[in-house]
Design a protein around this ligand. Structure first.
Ligand SMILES: [Zn+2]
Ligand SMILES: [Zn+2]
Ligand SMILES: [Zn+2]
Length: 319
């Protein structure tokens, strides 16, 4: 039987071969194989750390307690289902196993995108995936598995990945440097720039067509991966959501003010609360505090001419 490590190597090697083939139908297969390979490497680490006789407890989705002959209790794996991405993440955290989760999540996202919307099989997304995988595998294999990635995957696969990754990273750096030249309206908007993607092919290898003295929301953006063009306004909303995703999640699950708010002027949810500016129309909230109780006002409450919804309710009741 092939080991997990053997399967991980096979998957990544075949994925890279898929990518090098001229057959466009193999793009999907490249994404699937490469992302699967990364997850198998992670599982291999969990397998290695599982105690002997525990039925590979750390890679099993379900765990059950067992009583040994000497009455000691231990946990063993149950069934054949193995851990999913979230469980791998949790167990890595518990066991102090480190990897670059931002890149891993980018890999998983490309995988999910191709599974759900077959149209996002763009060439540049696969190159990006290979670049991310290259960095993740290089560090994980040497830091956690104590092996050399080039030896493990074989010179041929490793050099092919290195080349794609270097070209991609250099290109990405150029694009980011040009995006940085734009006169972003606020710090939050500047942060969002890093998350912008082409509306046609989803690539992040995009840059401004020209850089003017002032930034307009209809700024022309060109994609160096597919050659398409778009306006900034066409792509800013998803970038903003992704940029503030973690803060938004924390505010929803643990309370606190959400980082983004509704803009009463242009009816979008692109108002950055910390910056006090809507990055679609450039306006701020007209009323910041309730004139009656001093409570901070949300975008939805702007319609009450300076009152919060509670005070507005009280005022109309009194009439
Ligand atoms: Zn594009
Ligand atoms: Zn607005
Ligand atoms: Zn009030």
């Amino acid at each position: 039987m092939k080991t997990l490590l053997g399967n991980a190597i096979d998957s990544i090697q075949i994925g890279v071969e898929d990518h090098e083939s001229d057959d466009p139908r193999r793009v999907l297969s490249a994404v699937r194989n490469i992302s699967a390979g990364v997850l198998l490497l992670f599982k291999e680490r969990l397998r290695q750390l599982s105690p002997d006789g525990s039925d590979d407890v750390l890679i099993k989705q379900f765990i059950r307690p067992a009583r040994d002959k000497d009455d000691s209790i231990s946990f063993v794996g149950k069934g054949s289902k193995t851990v999913d991405v979230q469980q791998i993440k949790d167990r890595f955290k518990d066991l102090g196993i480190k990897t670059d989760w931002t890149r891993v999540e980018a890999i998983i996202k490309v995988r999910n995108d191709v599974e759900h919307y077959v149209s996002i099989e763009s060439e540049s997304r696969v190159k990006e995936l290979i670049a991310d995988t290259f960095a993740v595998v290089r560090d994980f294999v040497s830091d956690e598995l104590d092996l050399e990635a080039s030896e493990l995957l074989g010179e041929e696969t490793w050099l092919a990945m290195l080349q794609v990754s270097e070209v991609y990273e250099a290109h990405r750096k150029e694009c980011l440097a040009e995006l940085e030249q734009l006169k972003w309206w606020s710090p939050g908007m500047a942060r969002t720039a890093e998350y912008l993607r082409c509306v046609h092919c989803e690539s992040d290898l995009i840059k401004p067509q020209t850089v003017g003295k002032r930034l307009s929301i209809t700024q022309r953006i060109v994609c160096t991966a597919c050659g398409g063009a778009m306006d900034l306004i066409d792509i800013i909303q998803p970038a903003l959501d992704e940029c503030f995703y973690a803060d938004q999640y924390i505010s929803m699950s643990q309370g606190g003010n959400p980082p983004l708010d509704y803009c009463d002027e242009c009816s979008t949810v692109t108002y950055i609360v910390d910056d006090g500016i809507c990055i679609t129309c450039g306006s701020g909230h007209k009323h910041l505090k309730c004139i009656r109780c001093g409570q901070g006002l949300t975008g939805e409450e702007q319609q009450y001419r300076g009152l919060c919804s509670y005070c507005e309710h009280q005022a109309t009741k009194d009439k």
